[in-house]
Design a protein around this ligand. Structure first.
Ligand SMILES: [Ca+2]
Length: 406
């Protein structure tokens, strides 16, 4: 993000809205996750610990004595032993909770053509989360429609921007819409993301590509074009909530410890893709070969679930979690020298690259992530987005907490 792309407060709007002179500012946060895709993790103070990783036994012993901070690398995942009741909520799976090592490490960066992918996901630190239920899939269009039909809820992308939000904008430019990926006609430098994202008038969850598109045949696709508050409203209606970042990562690791992906350490075990990501020249028209079976977004449940029965926990669409984003949050937790218990994120958001924006964390990566460009389907890595900004590659799933285990 160059200094010229000064961030603004509020949601993403069209260049038409404020005039082209503000293009940079507007697209500075059109690209919440674009931004996340393109930018190094952020804080230079988050450096890798040079010490070699200890054995799992050593880490477990140290972890039990709350002195694990003398060690680096991933320790074991120690799930709670409590079993779920027989009353399984529809469409949810049991996540036992427990203690685990959270984050990513510098070695993972070698997997990504873009440097800095894991910086804000370091250092690795020990975390404990209670047990909970989690939606087995991202919330679908059909599920979101049930919510809207029952409540009359209107999403942020469907609300006309006002002059109060954007003082000085020409009246004719105050139009509803959202951010849509548009592949480029020819190869472009990957540091110019404005070239493949557009603010599309009329785009919203019911019209994902713009006003002439609809959801016919897309009932089982993840809902997109939802801002954080839209996801939160759905969760409340469903008697659920959004996961914390720690809950999300515990769940996504599927009971395993320190592996690169939600499904293991190989991107394509037995030469089979395990998630809907992007293969080929990014972001060029026709560049995505769809070798994983899908070009663009896919219906839910097209790939095998992870160890806890979660589908598409990597790839397909980014997922909102409830934590505010701070680039140095993991370093803060680690510096306390104890296992972080049910961490809920920092009290105040802060992204040093766009300090005026209030961002929440995104997790999981999307159908636009590739080894050339993003790789944030790496299970320990993080994304981020301005909380009122929606796009066609970000959705969510919910959780329901049921047990206290301490
Ligand atoms: Ca794909």
């Amino acid at each position: 993000m160059s200094a010229a792309k000064k961030p603004t407060a509020g949601r993403t709007l069209s260049p038409m809205l404020m005039g082209w002179v503000f293009l940079g500012a507007i697209f500075a946060f059109v690209g919440f996750s674009i931004y996340a895709l393109t930018q190094p993790g952020s804080n230079d103070s988050l450096s890798a610990d040079p010490k070699p990783a200890a054995s799992a036994k050593e880490i477990q012993e140290k972890s039990n004595s709350a002195d694990y901070t003398k060690l680096v690398g991933f320790g074991p995942t120690i799930p709670n032993k409590l079993k779920p009741s027989d009353d399984i909520p529809k469409g949810m799976v049991w996540i036992p909770g427990g203690e685990f090592s959270m984050g990513s490490e510098s070695a993972s960066e070698s997997l990504c053509g873009l440097p800095g992918t894991t910086l804000d996901a370091m250092p690795i630190h020990r975390v404990y989360v209670d047990a909970f239920w989690m939606d087995e899939t991202e919330v679908t269009n059909a599920q979101f429609k049930e919510f809207v039909d029952a409540t009359g809820y209107v999403t942020v992308a469907e609300i006309k921007p006002t002059l109060e939000e954007f003082p000085g904008a020409p009246i004719e430019n105050l139009v509803t819409g959202s951010t849509v990926f548009k592949p480029t006609k020819s190869p472009v430098a990957l540091d110019q993301y404005l070239q493949w994202w557009s603010y599309v008038p009329g785009a919203n969850w019911k019209h994902p590509a713009g006003e002439n598109s609809n959801l016919d045949g897309r009932e089982n696709y993840p809902v997109v074009h939802v801002a954080y508050e839209d996801a939160e409203a759905y969760a409340k209606w469903a008697n659920k909530r959004l996961p914390t970042e720690a809950e999300w990562e515990f769940a996504s690791r599927g009971g395993k410890a320190g592996e690169l992906y939600a499904w293991g350490n190989e991107l394509k075990p037995n030469n089979q893709y395990q998630a809907n990501i992007y293969q080929g020249a990014f972001p060029v028209e026709g560049g995505d070969s769809g070798a994983d079976g899908w070009v663009g977004i896919a219906p839910v449940k097209q790939y095998a679930p992870n160890g806890y029965g979660l589908y598409d926990i990597g790839g397909n669409v980014w997922e909102w979690v409830s934590d505010w984003y701070r680039a140095d949050y993991y370093a803060q937790l680690r510096s306390k020298g104890v296992v972080a218990r049910n961490p809920k994120g920092p009290d105040v958001p802060y992204d040093p690259q766009e300090p005026d924006q209030k961002k929440r964390v995104h997790r999981g990566g999307s159908f636009l992530c590739s080894d050339l460009y993003c790789t944030r389907y790496l299970v320990g890595t993080r994304g981020k987005g301005e909380s009122r900004t929606a796009s066609n590659h970000c959705g969510f799933r919910c959780v329901r907490g049921v047990l206290k285990t301490d």
